[in-house]
Design a protein around this ligand. Structure first.
Ligand code: SDX
Length: 429
């Protein structure tokens, strides 16, 4: 394999170094391109552009491979748990039993939030989308922990911010939900594991006992593992670029939450259920909706289908599809939209439009069906995605800071007006 690439501009040849990763991905290092050639590259949406070198997550879109720190998503989903996967992503290795116990204990001791958070929560109308509440509560942590604003803090300070973020995410998420339904918030019960603690904060009511269903807690734990990281996706790139200005971890994570909210990204899991309900209400005619998705004059897209990178099955979608059958079976739930989803997938995977464009179900296509079976309200689905993605965002932010990466500042190709003289208002128009 050659170590360089040759670029010819106006007959002049330039040699650019090649970078090869541990999975043999090849990158053209253009760090000196502008200085050497006077030209920049242009790549809308960065589909062909590597923004960094990272040792955290590897995915192969053609082969449908996803690995966290070298471990396959299939193995981790089957054998690990969310906190262990969070530790693996953030610190690079699977924890020893002692390391796991310490990490889990440290998180438990930070699950409470400052009582003044309730005043912020009270400022939100019950109609506020929980993602907006979550992003605000995360950013508010800069006010309660002003030392986090110091970009040069010692490593242990970063560890404390990491533990606080992991610890308070479920509390924020559950409190955002309680604010939406007008119920009193619940305090975390540290005798429970991570997912059970969240479920109890979500669904317990002061008027009665609440027991967490282990089937529900286990299914949620698996879903959080599947969402934990995904290379340089939209929200992770947002966390990195905000963090590159040495903004605090809380501001960076809040920015990631906002990016994830979009319906083309994490917001798709909510849109999938809205779409399936629409199809059900419309009589379940999947062919009609497939044709709408194919119609260039129709803004409708098949939500939960397609991916920026996967041009094969999203390995997470396969695992979630199987888990959906298991969970609904164990909970004795017969959700008609599951059948519609399966019919839609079957029809789309045979249709040339989707086959030619390599559009497959992605992580969001089936996840909403499980969240709904777990009793979660639709507008909390993307909050679940954020809870899962949190350790990935943290790991990527930490790697970017440890590698002392420069502040992110992409260039552009200017296409606006060339120089022109100012015109007094009386002579315009
Ligand atoms: C996530 O990046 C990540 O890793 C993200 C994520 C993560 O874990 O972080 O995996 C999570 O965001 C999953 C994606 C969730 N979004 C959706 O399900 C929304 C529906 N999907 C699309 O909007 C779309 O597929 C994207 C945005 C996901 C990907 O868009 P691309 O790769 O830029 O594809 P494109 O928009 O260039 O489309 C290519 C063609 C177009 O048709 P032509 O112009 O070639 O005729 O495919 C068509 C598109 O119109 N197309 C679809 C479609 N997705 C693409 N047509 C109908 N339905 C769809 N869903």
């Amino acid at each position: 394999m050659s170590k360089t690439a040759e670029l010819i501009i106006d007959g002049k040849s330039y040699t650019l170094p090649l970078v090869v990763g541990t999975e043999n991905e090849v990158g053209i290092d253009i760090a000196e391109l502008l200085e050497k050639t006077g030209a920049v590259t242009l790549d809308l949406g960065y589909k062909n552009t590597g923004a960094t070198k990272s040792a955290i997550t590897f995915l192969d879109g053609d082969k449908g491979i996803l690995r966290y720190r070298g471990y396959s998503i299939e193995e981790l989903a089957e054998k690990s748990n969310f906190l262990e996967v969070a530790y693996l992503l953030i610190f690079g290795e699977l924890p020893t039993q002692q390391q796991y116990n310490t990490f889990s204990h440290d998180i438990k001791t930070h699950t409470l939030v400052h009582e003044d958070v309730k005043k912020i929560l009270d400022g939100f109308p019950s109609t506020a989308h929980p993602m907006g509440v979550l992003a605000s509560l995360f950013c508010s942590q800069t006010a309660f922990y002003p030392e986090s604003l110091d970009p040069n803090r010692a490593v242990d300070g970063v560890y404390l911010s990491i533990v606080r973020s992991m610890a308070k995410m479920p509390t924020f998420a559950a409190w955002a939900y309680k604010n939406a339904v007008g119920h009193p918030v619940n305090y975390p019960d540290n005798s429970l594991d991570y997912c059970s603690r969240f479920l109890k904060m979500m669904f317990a009511l002061p008027a009665e006992q609440y027991e967490v269903d282990p089937v529900v807690a286990s299914a949620l734990d698996k879903l959080l593992i599947l969402h934990a990281d995904h290379e340089q996706n939209c929200s992770t790139s947002t966390v990195r670029i905000v963090g590159s200005s040495k903004a605090s971890i809380y501001s960076s994570l809040s920015a990631g939450i906002n990016a994830l909210w979009g319906p083309l990204h994490g917001g798709a899991n909510q849109e999938v259920i809205v779409m399936l309900e629409q199809i059900k209400k419309d009589g379940g005619d999947t062919e009609k909706w497939i044709n709408k998705a194919k119609d260039k004059n129709d803004p409708f897209r098949l939500m939960g289908f397609g991916h920026r990178v996967y041009k094969n099955f999203d390995p997470r979608a396969k695992i979630i599809k199987k888990a959906a059958d298991d969970v609904l079976g164990k909970l004795g739930i017969n959700d008609p939209v599951l059948e519609i989803a399966q019919k839609l997938e079957e029809a789309a995977l045979k249709d040339p439009y989707f086959v030619e464009r390599k559009l497959y179900p992605n992580v969001d296509f089936y996840s909403g069906i499980i969240y709904r079976a777990l009793g979660l309200p639709t507008d909390l689905f993307t909050v679940m995605f954020a809870m899962g993605r949190l350790p990935g965002w943290i790991a990527q932010w930490k790697e970017m800071r440890e590698n002392k990466e420069p502040i992110g500042r992409p260039r552009q190709i200017y296409t606006g007006a060339t120089q022109r003289a100012y015109v007094p208002v009386g002579t315009r128009g």
